[in-house]
Design a protein around this ligand. Structure first.
Ligand code: ZN
Length: 173
């Protein structure tokens, strides 16, 4: 039995005592999070959140990609979230390679060039990466200035979140 089959068995148990069918669509605590997909982070318990509380957008590296941005705009404008968090973490896989290397390796391995993805968004420094993601949001014309955007590095050894500070960005910077 593959892992997917095991999850289906687990879902039967979950659904048998399910009692969250009443939850509304908008996140109850008006929070949206962009986080790395790392399997060692279970975002809700890490932050004291419950089902229905927040939008959690995850990808490799916790990057504000065009698609993450799409989700955040929908989250804010259509579903009422009012605060954004970026969560990266120590020991991230994105620190272990470079975009060009991976692209070249896949091209070699498959014998084919590909137009997408244009980038893998690997990075050499976690704090710097978090700052960059915050700045991408702060400088976006459709993200209102009153929406707080804070960034963090989660320590996979201690379970603790450490905030990454960013110098106040000038409007339109
Ligand atoms: Zn990661």
């Amino acid at each position: 039995m593959g892992t997917t089959d095991e999850t289906l068995k687990a879902n039967e148990v979950y659904a048998s005592s399910f009692n969250l069918g009443h939850l509304p669509m908008p996140p109850g605590r008006k929070l949206a999070i962009v986080a790395c997909m790392d399997a060692r982070m279970t975002i809700e318990p890490m932050l004291g959140l419950k089902t229905g509380d927040a939008h959690i957008i995850r990808n490799a590296g916790g990057i504000v990609t065009e698609d993450a941005l799409r989700s955040l705009l929908i989250s804010h404008y259509l579903l009422g979230t009012q605060e954004f968090m970026i969560i990266n973490h120590t020991d991230c896989g994105m620190l272990t390679f470079r975009d060009e290397e991976l692209g070249a390796r896949l091209e070699k391995q498959t014998g084919t060039a590909a137009v997408a993805p244009a980038r893998f968004h690997a990075f050499p420094n976690v704090e710097e990466n978090v700052r960059k993601q915050i700045q991408k949001l702060q400088s976006h014309p459709w993200i209102p200035k009153h929406v707080p955007i804070r960034g963090f590095v989660y320590d996979v050894k201690s379970g603790r979140l450490n905030e990454v500070t960013v110098q106040a960005a000038k409007a339109g910077a």
